[in-house]
Design a protein around this ligand. Structure first.
Ligand SMILES: [Fe+2]
Ligand SMILES: [Fe+2]
Length: 400
């Protein structure tokens, strides 16, 4: 088994970290990549304007999820008191994985000062050193001299990893940009959107966004921070389709955009968290809803849209009925329901017909969508909400 080890303060983790992690996974064919936030880095102090451990860990977990199934963020160093010496971490990992090939990822500066680390010889014995090299800011000559020295003195195994995609920028520069950004999105564009969203939601690094009047890009980032990376393409697709359908059917495209951005924002909450939100916001549930996370997320999503993000009644109502429908759906509700149903990442038998119908006859598309849902739930022997039947009945009646 090949395991990559990538430590850092990750304060915050940014696109450069993610590029390095992805490139290492591909280049070495790593089975696992462990992202390990430091508790206290050995060579420096934690910055005063930095984020707390729990936030650094949460942001690193968001990045690991986005990098892919081989990456994971672990608390190994955060759980250990005192300075986070890499030699201690390697010792623990070696005990846990006696036969694994270990690859230790590191930035240029760390590589060039490797001999000043604690117990460099022990580290070099156990791992392949993987320094990142960037043409901008790197020097072939310095790398060659250092590699030669470490090979000779420590018998180090070294494999340089060239990075080309992301412009090099440090976490401290990003913190500064975020802190200074008063009106624009400065700094946010250097981060994975869900990490940026987490920062905005938690008001880290001096950001102080008013959650009740967010521009779409910030609303999007926060919504993405609340879900798994694999759901993001669906929400992006729903947003794009909701805007097109809104224009086609004469409802406000910008409000449709906001409804689509938020429609699944509570989808990843556990049942008990969903129920806690229902209690907090006084949401009344019928028997079926009390047991179904899938049905609950539209109710709790609508509650957050209203109470946390200050969205209009129209937006919140559409989110509330996007899963089951409701008999008196208006055009805006139908636009969101169908955008969710036919967005480009959806793939099922009959999707093309439904997609086309959504732009030609909204009610007929609704009928087909509801019928498809009922058939699918019946096949799975899953319960169908009474609102779904009632909506279908109402629409069939009006289409006669
Ligand atoms: Fe949903
Ligand atoms: Fe959805």
């Amino acid at each position: 088994m090949k395991i990559g080890i990538y430590g850092g303060t990750f304060d915050p983790p940014h696109l450069g970290h993610m590029e390095a992690a992805r490139t290492a996974i591909d280049h070495f064919g790593l089975d696992r990549l462990l992202l390990i936030p430091n508790k206290l880095p050995p060579h420096k102090f934690l910055p005063e304007d930095g984020a707390q451990e729990e936030h650094r860990l949460a942001m690193t977990k968001i990045c690991a999820d986005a990098i892919g199934p081989r990456a994971e963020a672990i608390e190994l160093e955060l759980r250990r008191e005192g300075r986070s010496y890499t030699a201690d971490t390697i010792e623990i990992l070696r005990r846990e994985f006696p036969d694994a090939e270990l690859y230790l990822l590191m930035g240029t500066d760390m590589f060039l000062s490797f001999e000043t680390w604690s117990r460099p010889k022990e580290i070099a014995r156990e791992v392949t050193l993987v320094p990142f090299f960037r043409e901008e800011g790197g020097s072939h000559e310095l790398f060659a001299v250092q590699s030669e020295k470490l090979r000779a003195e420590l018998k180090a195994k070294i494999s340089v990893l060239s990075l080309t995609e992301v412009h090099p920028i440090s976490s401290s520069q990003i913190r500064k940009l975020l802190r200074e950004a008063k009106t624009q999105d400065q700094g946010g564009d250097l981060l994975w959107p869900a990490v940026y969203g987490y920062i905005l939601q938690q008001k880290l690094y001096g950001t102080n966004a008013d959650l009740k009047s967010l521009q779409p890009n910030k609303l999007r980032a926060i919504s993405y921070s609340m879900m798994k990376a694999k759901r993001i393409p669906h929400v992006q697709g729903a947003e794009e389709t909701a805007v097109s359908l809104a224009k086609r059917w004469g409802v406000d495209p910008e409000l449709a955009r906001r409804a689509a951005i938020l429609h699944d924002c509570t989808k990843y909450l556990e049942l008990d968290e969903q129920l806690a939100l229902c209690k907090k916001y006084g949401i009344l549930l019928d028997e079926l809803e009390q047991k179904s996370v899938k049905m609950l997320h539209s109710k709790t999503g609508a509650a957050l849209a209203s109470h946390v993000f200050g969205e209009t009644q129209e937006v919140c109502n559409a989110i509330a009925c996007h899963t089951t429908g409701k008999p008196d759906m208006n055009t805006f509700d139908k636009v969101l329901y169908l955008a969710d149903y036919v967005e480009p990442t959806r793939d099922f038998e009959g999707i093309e017909e439904l997609r086309e119908l959504a732009f030609h006859d909204l009610d007929k598309a609704m009928i087909l969508g509801l019928e498809t849902t009922i058939t699918e739930l019946n096949e799975k022997e899953a319960p169908v909400h009474q609102n779904t039947f009632r909506t279908l009945e109402r629409l069939r009646g009006s289409c006669l």
